[in-house]
Design a binder for this molecule. Structure first.
Ligand code: ADP
Ligand code: MG
Length: 320
């Protein structure tokens, strides 16, 4: 099968919303004139971002989902995506499953595949997404103020547990194992929540590198610090089976969760809970922005915690 047959066969479903889909030199989309166009790209490299033996359909889903998570973090509504694919060889069964997973995610979040590029090379999946957000209302990392509540959606560290499980470093009961693997391989981008938080969240980011690092980006961009309540961090079922020092590391530095971490004015707490309920996503208030520098961890009884071993606070030194 040649390059063009491959594209025609697997990645050329007709578009309905775009002005022009794949097949020409450019695709065309017509964003709402009252909106800003939100654009993001994420690349997944085999062996670095995913295990080579990952189920192809789940990989197709995840490749788009991690990009949609970036749109969600800016409160943008997905419009379209492009797919640049490097393949070591054409494996039709793999491609069919990958395309099915990708289109599954695209259909769920109304994000049309409008083009891409296909080449031979080490397995690499590079997706760009395009979304729209009412002019001026994208939620940035820089908007947090002292006193703001800090929130996170869903559960933390579950994808890390899934990875340990896949690598045979952890055992979990059946239900917990299934949930952890799904968190790793089929993350749910918080698109509806991101949109529901328009006008409510003061700053937002998606948790791809771990809560501490990603909250750190908000703190850096907002010139602020934070106190996190360790006991409030949302734990997944089965986390208690990790060694107790590993639990905190997992919660704070576990990557690949694709939850939203955001801040909001303290008098907006009730509105945040209502928006999250409307979006069907649980949110947890985990701390508060302050005017100090750095990140401080306290327990419910105000005892202080050290940051997990191996976790560098370098990112926060910029304020210190
Ligand atoms: P060009 O040479 O003009 O860059 P290509 O030959 O690379 O175009 O691609 C032909 C058409 O197929 C283009 O419209 C492109 O957007 C589309 N396309 C290529 N690869 C993919 C892919 N992996 N998924 C979706 N569309 C693709
Ligand atoms: Mg090309």
């Amino acid at each position: 099968m040649g390059e063009f047959d491959l594209i025609r066969r697997f990645f050329s479903r007709p578009v309905t919303r775009a002005v022009l889909g794949g097949g020409d030199d450019c695709a065309l989309i017509a964003p709402n004139p009252d909106c800003d166009l939100a654009i993001s790209s994420d690349m997944l490299v085999a062996g670095r971002h995913f295990l080579v033996e990952t189920d192809a359909a789940r990989l197709g889903w995840k490749s788009l989902a991690v990009n949609l998570s970036d749109l969600a973090a800016c409160s943008a509504r997905p419009l379209a995506c492009t797919l640049a694919l490097a393949l070591p060889a054409v494996r039709e069964d793999w491609l069919a499953a990958f395309a099915a997973g990708l289109y599954d995610c695209a259909d769920r979040y109304d994000c049309e595949l409008i083009g891409g590029d296909t080449t031979r090379g080490p397995l690499t999946i590079s997706i760009s997404v395009f979304g729209e957000v009412p002019r001026g209302s994208a939620i940035r990392r820089s908007g947090a103020s002292p006193g703001d509540s800090i929130w996170v959606s869903g559960l933390l560290g579950q994808a890390t547990a899934g990875l340990k499980l896949a690598q045979g470093q952890l055992e979990l009961p059946e239900d917990a194992a299934r949930a952890a693997l799904a968190a790793l391989e089929r993350p749910v981008p918080r698109v509806e929540l991101g949109i529901a938080l328009r006008g409510l969240a003061s700053a937002m980011i998606d948790v791809s590198d771990g809560l501490a690092a990603d909250l750190g980006h908000i703190l850096f961009a907002s010139h602020a610090g934070a106190v996190l309540d360790v006991d409030a961090l949302p734990r997944f079922a089965g986390m208690e089976l990790l060694a107790s020092d590993e639990q905190l590391t997992c919660l704070l530095t576990g990557g690949d969760d694709y939850e939203l971490c955001f801040t909001s004015r303290p008098d907006h707490d009730a509105r945040v809970f209502a928006a999250a309920r409307g979006a069907g996503v649980p949110v947890t208030r985990i701390g508060r922005i302050n005017a100090d520098s750095g990140l401080k961890l306290v327990g419910g009884d105000q005892r202080e915690f050290a940051l997990p071993p191996g976790f560098s606070l370098k990112g926060f030194d910029h304020f210190g």
